[in-house]
Design a protein around this ligand. Structure first.
Ligand SMILES: C[S@@+](CC[C@H](N)C(=O)[O-])C[C@H]1O[C@@H](n2cnc3c(N)ncnc32)[C@H](O)[C@@H]1O
Length: 286
């Protein structure tokens, strides 16, 4: 699979998220936080909510699972928790930057496939394939085809991610496959739904924090930069504004129009955990 411009900007976004999250907030993970009533919704507590999320995932691993493929393993910290619990874990990581961190963290305890999951080639078979907030980045059909191929019969697929609801409201919030499309597609595979938990409520506070950071940090910093350019290079600024008028307008609308709160998230997104079991029969009608 050739990296598209979208893949590259997502990859850079995740790298920037990792670098700033690690530096300013000591974050280990790249997923949302799972906010329960005992954690105050505050950016300083994001690491606690992320740990809760990791524990929530681990709690849903069925008995009998021994080997796990962690697809889109991010920084490798969930894989590390799983290895420490005695599971055999391999990882898939298409980002050279993140792969380097994962290899530093896991050493030779885990094999890291540095590729898109859609392109993965291996004779290995696993008891569970984990998609921890990575499913949204994948081509769904190819991801499910590969999951069917790489799972042992009787194995499980655990997908925990954000999906788009079938609603017209607030389409400026990107991310996630359409839930209806996912539900339709998955019926074509020999996967039986074992568990489905909706965690939209527990994950939505992340959007309030993100929205707050945009309003109180990103926007003022950008404004200061614009004012600096205005005083030093007014003509260059005018040219830039004119040349990128459309793009700037789109970015402002997307990130700074104030429509990215937890309440907006709940209207248009659904954050779900799905646990499927692969039954004996082969793929149905693809
Ligand atoms: C939001 S991060 C989640 C990381 C980690 N699972 C966690 O919970 O912290 C998304 C991950 O998906 C990976 N990813 C993106 N596109 C992918 C693809 N096509 N195949 C495999 N992984 C992919 C990224 O490199 C990143 O590791």
């Amino acid at each position: 699979m050739k990296k598209t411009k979208k893949d590259i900007s997502r990859e850079l976004g995740l790298e920037a998220g990792y670098i700033s999250g690690k530096y300013f907030l000591k974050l280990d993970h790249l997923h949302y936080g799972y906010w329960t009533s005992d954690i105050e919704v505050d950016i300083a507590n994001l690491h606690l909510a992320q740990d809760k999320y990791a524990k929530f995932i681990i709690l849903h691993i069925p008995d009998g699972v021994k080997t796990i493929l962690d697809v889109g393993c991010g920084t490798g910290h969930i894989a590390k928790m799983l290895l420490d619990m005695g599971y055999h874990v391999d990882c898939v990581s298409p980002s050279p930057f993140l792969t380097k961190r994962v290899r530093e963290l896991l050493g030779n305890k885990s094999h890291v496939f540095e590729c898109f999951y859609e392109d993965l080639k291996t004779d290995n078979r696993y008891d569970m394939i984990l998609f921890c907030e990575s499913f949204q980045y994948l081509d769904m059909e190819q991801a499910l085809t590969n999951t069917n191929k790489f799972l042992n019969i009787g194995g499980y697929s655990l997908i925990c991610d954000v999906f788009k609801k079938n609603t017209q409201s607030n389409n400026i919030m990107g991310g996630g496959h359409k839930l209806t499309r996912f539900n339709d597609l998955v019926t074509k595979f020999p996967f039986r739904l074992i568990e489905n938990v909706d965690i939209t409520e527990e994950t939505s506070p992340n959007m309030d924090l993100f929205s707050d950071a945009l309003k109180n940090v990103v926007y003022p910093v950008i404004n200061d930069g614009v004012r600096l350019l205005e005083s030093r290079h007014p003509i260059a600024l005018k040219i830039l504004k004119w040349k990128y008028k459309k793009k700037i307008g789109e970015l402002y609308k997307k990130y700074l129009s104030g429509n990215r709160t937890g309440e907006d998230f709940k209207k248009c997104k659904s954050y779900q955990l799905f646990l499927y079991k692969k039954d004996a029969e082969e793929s149905k009608s693809l």
